[in-house]
Design a protein around this ligand. Structure first.
Ligand code: P6P
Length: 340
């Protein structure tokens, strides 16, 4: 029985149409196709679970000293090999790689910089909860033969493409090249991603928030006041009841928000002095912010637009408030009042 998707638009066809329309060039089309193929390989490895011998810790640490899962390392290698095989379309920077030296990739043929978190939420792997790959594409500055960290330090608004692949009950690739946010579902029978939702839109209002409330005592007062009012629901100043979700896998939480609205928050907390948040700007916050804004949502640090931030370090962290535009604005008002 041919798959139901056989009549639909494949990712390959979608990308060719975008190139024909002049919205992307051939090299960016190839780079996105290479990343998608790598995500298909990662999806296969993740879906094997215990049968694939890839669960558990790798016994190594990433550039931030965090324990790596075997699948973190495997996913990282799959993406690097895919880019190399694809002809070094981009110089790469990853959450898992140490970049103390200029990134020694061959000069990227397509003139792009690819940043990625190869397996976000990997602590969920061993308990069979959805995880994902997040990627961001920037232009490599003219004339740069060997990209160094400094060449990646561009504001998120400079991204030419961003996306994630969520390895859940189905594997989905969600992508923007600056012309809307679109969702593709992996048809395992065809081995291809198929367009299943064009132009995702986030409702401007919501009754659902996502945050790790166990950090409440570490938040700044404005944040404590904002969440207290969410929890007060219709008996408090917000005048409506809210629901809460927290999957602790950013890709899964953001996918829910792109699909039905909500606000996702990982605020600054005083748990780790000197760290302005947990999530990384370059390969978590920026790509998710572009996807969310392209779907009609908002993405803020609580005090300003994430995509306008001027990065200073490749692995820097940032507070994240993203999702339904009016709810993000409400959260910002609590911070503005506190700062006044
Ligand atoms: P916590 C996963 O480790 C991650 O980077 C994001 O995917 C997720 O949103 C967040 O951290 C979860 O953090 O503190 O709730 O475990």
């Amino acid at each position: 029985m041919p798959s139901q998707a056989s009549h639909a638009v494949s990712l390959t066809r979608y990308l060719i149409e975008e190139q024909r329309a002049g919205r992307i060039n051939a090299e960016l089309r190839q780079l996105i196709a290479v990343v998608a193929r790598a995500c298909t390989s990662i999806s296969i490895a993740v879906s094997k679970g215990a049968l694939g011998g890839v669960l558990g810790d790798a016994g190594t640490g990433n550039v931030q000293g965090e324990a790596q899962k075997k699948l973190d390392v495997l996913s990282n290698d799959i993406l690097l090999e895919a880019n190399a095989w694809g002809g070094h379309l981009a110089a790469c920077a990853s959450e898992e790689m140490d970049h103390s030296q200029p990134i020694p990739d061959a000069y990227p043929r397509g003139g792009f910089l690819l940043l990625f978190d190869p397996l976000d939420g990997s602590s969920n792997i061993d308990v069979n909860v959805s995880v994902g790959t997040i990627f961001s594409v920037l232009r490599c500055p003219e004339g740069v033969e060997c990209a160094g960290d400094e060449h990646f330090l561009q504001p998120g608004r400079e991204q030419v493409a961003a996306g994630y692949c969520i390895y859940g009950p189905s594997t989905m690739l969600v992508l923007t090249t600056g012309h809307g946010t679109h969702a593709f579902t992996l048809d395992r029978e065809q081995g291809a991603f198929v367009l299943t939702q064009r132009d995702m839109r986030i409702p401007e209002q919501t009754r659902e928030f996502a945050i790790n409330v166990s950090n409440q005592r570490h938040w700044e007062p404005a944040m404590q006041a904002y969440v207290a009012d969410l929890l007060a629901g219709s008996q408090g100043p917000r005048g409506k009841d809210f629901n809460m979700r927290w999957i602790a896998s950013m890709v899964a939480d953001v996918h829910r928000i792109l699909t039905r609205g909500g606000i996702f928050i990982y605020p600054w907390d005083r748990k780790e002095p000197g760290k302005p948040g947990k999530l990384r700007l370059m390969y978590e916050a920026n790509p998710m912010a572009l996807l969310v804004e392209q779907a009609g949502g908002a993405a803020s640090t609580g005090r300003g637009r994430i995509l306008d931030l001027a990065p200073t370090q490749l692995h820097q962290r940032v507070p994240v408030f993203l999702g339904s535009k009016q709810e993000v604005a409400a959260a910002e008002r609590y911070h503005q009042s506190a700062d006044a």
